[in-house]
Design a protein. Sequence first.
Length: 166
Amino acid sequence: MNIGEFKMINGRLMGWIATRTIDLPRLYLRKVESSNDRAPAFEIGALNVGNRVVQIGALWQAIANATGEVFLQGSIDDPSLPEPLPIALFGKLEEGFRVAWRRPQRRDDFFAPSRGQRGDDGGMGEGAGDMGDRGGFGGSTAGADGTLMGAGGAGEAPLVDDDVPF
């Protein structure tokens, strides 16, 4: 979804971003000069209530895997926002940029691989945390009747001390 634009105006990259709850009418992009490969390509600035330009985000150059298109991606963040706003800028310096926003996809932490050793087949090695179809939680320690299983042998009392004071 497009939520703004940036264009070259009097030698400065200026633009705006607006959503239903956010209105940033005067934003600035400042090119970052750095020899560090991990440095952003641009810093995003906005005027605060005292008419000072403050940095509210940064953009890094990225390349789309499917098309090879070069674009800028980053986020806007400020203590007044409930969470950072991820954005991407598409276009060219000479023509201007469209600002797009996409809701980030949530990661499903329950299906992330465990940190155990991987076997030769790429799977998890024995004892490294069987994820199976249980979502990564491993096997149950409760029997069919709800009692603790596997703490002692069959018929033995579980090795649990319920008399520990809090």
